[in-house]
Ligand binder design. Structure first.
Ligand SMILES: [Zn+2]
Length: 247
């Protein structure tokens, strides 16, 4: 840890499939772990319905979840993060679960790791994927159960966000909050980890496409997040906001 008097931050990402965490926040997670902070991720499903390999490899459908889990585990290690918490739901079946039951599983992990910041999908799940929306709903329930609104130590709840013009370019139907650029993290130093992490999801075509897009992209690299309406009202003065803005 470079600044010894700073309290250690605990980052908890809560996502639907192996690779969501990397697309949303790999650069930020590496910056945090480099500074000695704790990084955790909850992954709800095995991504069983993803593509079956790229570049000539052919994975059997029944093997895909374990392949994607090992890709996720290798990436978390490379990022200096803790091994992932796997909730072992099946891809596209998350919305069939009672949101309260899913929330309790997330809440248990919140009690275990005691996050200062929770990052999950916003209301549209970026892509409107039903698993992403289900994880948003249940993480919000878990966060509200976990958080005492009067407590000074309430964690921050954030969603990956996309600027309005880019959302339009890719025809993403985002909710208004997911266009808010409340926290913009400069990831120029850690973009290599993000690109390698995406490439390491060798089973997944869209991860390869995103890696190629980031490699070719000119200009500076950043990850952006919106602060949830459920976060404390005075979030601007939340110590994690100040710290993330200084990263
Ligand atoms: Zn996903």
């Amino acid at each position: 840890m470079t600044s010894t008097n700073k309290k250690s931050i605990v980052w908890l990402g809560v996502y639907g499939h192996p690779d969501d965490e990397t697309s949303a926040s790999a650069g930020t997670m590496v910056k945090l772990s480099d500074e000695g902070h704790q990084v955790f991720v909850i992954t709800a499903t095995g991504g069983e319905l993803g593509t079956l390999g790229t570049d000539g490899t052919k994975i059997r459908r029944e093997d895909l979840a374990s392949v994607r889990e090992s890709e996720l585990r290798a990436n978390m290690k490379a990022y200096g993060a803790n091994p992932p918490f796997m909730l072992r739901y099946v891809d596209q079946e998350l919305e069939k679960e009672d949101p309260e039951v899913l929330a309790i599983k997330i809440l248990d992990i919140m009690h275990m790791v005691k996050p200062n910041v929770v990052s999950t999908f916003g209301p549209s799940g970026i892509s409107n994927h039903p698993d992403h929306i289900a994880i948003h709903i249940s993480t919000l329930i878990a966060y509200e159960k976990y958080t005492n609104p009067t407590s000074e130590n309430a964690p921050l709840l954030i969603y990956p966000s996309i600027p309005e013009d880019i959302a339009k370019m890719y025809n993403l139907q985002l909710s208004p909050v997911e266009k808010n650029m409340d926290l913009i993290i400069d990831i120029n130093e850690t973009i290599g980890y993000k690109i390698e992490g995406l490439k390491n999801y060798k089973s997944q075509e869209d991860a390869q496409e995103f890696a190629a897009h980031l490699s070719e992209r000119e200009g500076s690299h950043f990850e952006s997040f919106a602060v949830s309406d459920s976060s404390p009202n005075d979030w601007e003065s939340h110590p994690v906001v100040k710290y993330l803005r200084s990263l």
